[in-house]
Design a protein around this ligand. Structure first.
Ligand code: ATP
Ligand code: MG
Length: 332
C-alpha cells in the first residue's frame, strides 16, 4: 500500500489543513509506505513573492515534522527537487481533456480571485497534481473534500493513459477523505471553506497562532440568532464548530450534539476554543524547536528527494517507453 499527498508550502497552514489533511498524513505512516510532497511548483500558479517562497517552505516543513511526520517512516520532499513531476505533467497533458480542466471548481474559484494574471499554471494545476501522485503509482491520496474533483480527474487521466498506451502502466488512486472534518469552513463566512489564499483573516485559525488569538477567533465565530447546538437549516456556523470539536476530539458530530444539548452558544464556543488550543499547542511548541535549524530541514528534504526520485524515475522510464518518447529503453 503506497500513500501520497501534496501540500502547498504557504507557511500559514490552518486548522482545516490540519484536520483534513495533516492529521491523516501522520496516521498513514502506520498504514503503508507514505510519501509527502511540499508542492512549491503549485504555489507559483498564483501571485507570490519569490523571496518568501523558500522561507514559507521551511515553515511548512517544520509544521509537518512538528505534527509528527517522521523522516525515518515516510518520504518528505520538495516537489521542485524531483524533475520527474514536471516532465510527467507535460506527458499527461497529452491525455487530459481541455474541457475537463475547464470544469474544475478550484480553477473557477481561484481564477476569479487573481487581480493581475490568470496563469496557465493555474489551469494546468490538476495535471501537475496528477503527475505528483501517478509518478509514485500511489494507491491512496489523503486529502480534504475540496480535492475530490481533482482526484476524480487524476483517475480519469490514469485510465485514459492506460487505455491508450498500455494497461497497467499507471495506477488509478483512491482518495481518502476523512469522515469528520473533511471541509472546515471559514469562521466568519461559513459558506466558504477555510483557505490559505482565499479566506478571511479573522475566520481562519492558523496552526501556529497564539492560543489567545485562536480562542478569540473561535469565540467570535459567526453563528445564527437561534439557539441549540445542533446541525440544521441556517446553522452552518454551529455545524462547522460541531465538526471542529468532533474532529479534534476524535468523536462524532452526533456525540457532540448529545453532549451539548441544552447548552448555550457561549459555553459551547468556550469548549471548542479550549479543545482547539490544546490540540494545536504541542505542534506550536515543537515547531519552535525545529524551525530555526534550516540546515537540518534542508537535509531532511534532500534525503527525501533522493528516495522519491528513485521511485519516480522508474515510472518515467515506463511512461516514456509506452508513449514512444525518447530512445528505446535498453539503449543509452
Ligand atoms: P488554497 O486555498 O490556497 O488552495 P489550502 O488551504 O487549500 O490553500 P492546500 O495546501 O492547497 O491548502 O491544501 C492542503 C490540504 O488541505 C489538501 O488536502 C486540502 O484538501 C486540505 N484542505 C484545505 N482546506 C481545507 C479545509 N477547509 N478543510 C479540510 N481540509 C482542507
Ligand atoms: Mg488547496
Amino acid at each position: 500500500m503506497r500513500i501520497f499527498s501534496g501540500i502547498q508550502p504557504t507557511g500559514r497552514k490552518h486548522l482545516g489543513n490540519y484536520i483534513g489533511a495533516i492529521s491523516q498524513y501522520v496516521e498513514s505512516q502506520d498504514r503503508g509506505e507514505s510519501i509527502f510532497c511540499l508542492v512549491d511548483l503549485h504555489a507559483i500558479s498564483v501571485a507570490y513573492e519569490p523571496a518568501e517562497l523558500r522561507e514559507r517552505l521551511y515553515d511548512t516543513t517544520a509544521i509537518l515534522l512538528a505534527a509528527g511526520l517522521d523522516p525515518d517512516r515516510c518520504i518528505l520532499f520538495r516537489q521542485s527537487d524531483v524533475h520527474e513531476h514536471t516532465e510527467l505533467c507535460w506527458l499527461l497533458s497529452a491525455v487530459t481533456s481541455h474541457g475537463d480542466l475547464n470544469r474544475m471548481t478550484q480553477f473557477k474559484d481561484k481564477s476569479q480571485k487573481q487581480r493581475e494574471l490568470v496563469s496557465s499554471a493555474l489551469f494546468l494545476y490538476p495535471v501537475l497534481q496528477a503527475a505528483d501522485v501517478l509518478a509514485y503509482r500511489a494507491h491512496e491520496v489523503p486529502v480534504g473534500e475540496d480535492q475530490r474533483q481533482h482526484i476524480e480527474l487524476m483517475r480519469e487521466i490514469a485510465r485514459r493513459f492506460n487505455e491508450r498506451f498500455g494497461e497497467g502502466t499507471l495506477v488509478e488512486p483512491d482518495h481518502r477523505i476523512p469522515t469528520v472534518g473533511a471541509r472546515i469552513m471559514d469562521l466568519q463566512d461559513p459558506a466558504s471553506k477555510m483557505s490559505t489564499t482565499g479566506g478571511t483573516e479573522s475566520g481562519t485559525v492558523y496552526v501556529l497562532e497564539e492560543p489567545s488569538r485562536i480562542a478569540k477567533k473561535i469565540k467570535s465565530a459567526v453563528t445564527d440568532s437561534g439557539s441549540g447546538v445542533h446541525r440544521g437549516e441556517g446553522k452552518q456556523g454551529i455545524a462547522n464548530l460541531i465538526d471542529i470539536l468532533a474532529a479534534v476530539r476524535g468523536t462524532t458530530p452526533d456525540a457532540v450534539e448529545a453532549e451539548f444539548e441544552g447548552s448555550g452558544y457561549g459555553d459551547f464556543k468556550g469548549a471548542v476554543a479550549d479543545a482547539v488550543v490544546s490540540y494545536l499547542a504541542p505542534v506550536r511548541e515543537r515547531y519552535a524547536e525545529l524551525r530555526p535549524d534550516e540546515g537540518e530541514l534542508e537535509r531532511v528534504l534532500s534525503a527525501g528527494a533522493g528516495k522519491a526520485r528513485e521511485i519516480a524515475s522508474g515510472t518515467l522510464v515506463d511512461v516514456r517507453e509506452a508513449m514512444g518518447v525518447g530512445a528505446p529503453s535498453g539503449t543509452s
